[in-house]
Design a protein around this ligand. Structure first.
Ligand code: UTP
Length: 304
């Protein structure tokens, strides 16, 4: 990262221009990123994580159907006035803090869904020549109270090692075909230098079971590499292909501390909802009771 040595990341890219077909029919009108876990949409969890990591410029790559994302981050004058007049200070703060002051949101349209790599490339004019973060909001990463968010952990590593950093987690061997899989030189604590990256390999061909998840800290050189990347499967420009070309520079795999939920799938969204409910100040007890009752009614557990 020669041009950007030891700099903190300030900009985060949120590619949210995918079609979200796995959540049809809901995603006919509600973007996948606006699906809530309890009372916050997925995108808000990712935004909060980026802000915690020190980002003050948030770049949303959207498409023409995703007005809801821009509307959500826009100021809601009427609603705020109503809450203010009725003295609902707590709710007012919640609405205002969707985007804290000092943080700006920029919306860039990806005219055609040409893949994640292409979506990231759309951010080039806003990012310029500095390291930046990419967060896929449907990968929701839960961390215990007192533990930094996954992106903050990665930003610290990226800054001290002056390297690009990619979040990874171990997956079951039979699942490698659903992920980008990395080969590494071996790990020193949570980090290991990536030597190869393969998109969705069959288990027999996978170099490891370390799967890439949706958090990246990238050198701006990725943009040149994306520009030179030819469309792969399905005519899409893959981020993985450009990262493979970036491996001549130092790219670290980082085993983050936390639990990742794949909220791009039905079961992932359910798991995340359960985890956040059980962790919630007011919902923990009723959620536990509801789950226990449901399992007992189905004969899965015996309460007697
Ligand atoms: P997914 O592979 O999850 O695709 O994209 P998708 O369209 O969102 O969902 P399904 O598979 O149809 O249900 C991974 C991430 O890349 C973004 C998506 O918004 C998501 O955050 N993406 C994908 C883009 O921004 N543009 C694209 O052209 C493709």
């Amino acid at each position: 990262m020669a041009a950007a040595a030891n700099r903190r990341i300030r900009k985060a890219v949120f590619p949210v221009a995918g079609l979200g077909t796995r959540f049809l029919p809901a995603t006919k009108t509600v973007p996948k990123e606006m699906l809530p876990i309890i009372d916050k949409p997925l995108i808000q969890y990712a935004v909060d994580e980026a802000i915690e990591a020190g980002c003050d410029t948030l770049v949303f790559i959207t498409n023409r159907y995703k007005h809801a994302v821009a509307d959500y981050f826009d100021k809601a004058y009427e609603l705020e006035q109503k809450l203010e007049r009725s003295g609902k200070q707590e709710l007012l703060e919640l609405v205002r803090n969707v985007l804290p002051s000092g943080v700006r949101a920029i919306f860039v349209t990806q005219h055609e869904a040409l893949g994640l790599g292409h979506a990231v490339l759309c951010a080039k004019p806003v990012i310029g020549d500095e390291p930046f973060a990419v967060l896929l909001p449907d990968d929701l990463i839960w961390t215990r109270k007192g533990v930094s968010g996954a992106l903050k952990q990665m930003a610290d590593v990226a800054q001290s090692a002056d390297a690009s950093v990619i979040a990874v987690q171990d997956v079951a061997p039979e699942k490698t075909g659903s992920y980008g899989i990395v080969a590494t030189e071996g790990f020193n604590g949570r980090t290991g230098r990536i030597t190869a990256m393969v998109e969705k390999p069959d288990p027999a061909e996978a170099p490891s079971t370390l799967a890439v998840v949706g958090r990246y800290v990238l050198s701006p050189r990725i943009f040149e590499l994306l520009e030179a990347t030819t469309p792969g499967a399905g005519g899409e420009i893959q981020l993985t292909d450009a990262i493979s070309a970036l491996l001549r520079e130092q790219v670290l795999a980082y085993r983050f501390q936390g639990t990742r939920f794949d909220c791009g799938t039905h079961i992932g969204l359910i798991e995340a909802t359960i985890r956040y409910a059980l962790d919630h100040e007011k919902l923990s007890d009723p959620a536990r009771e509801t789950m226990t009752r449901a399992l007992a009614e189905m004969g899965v557990i015996d309460l007697d």
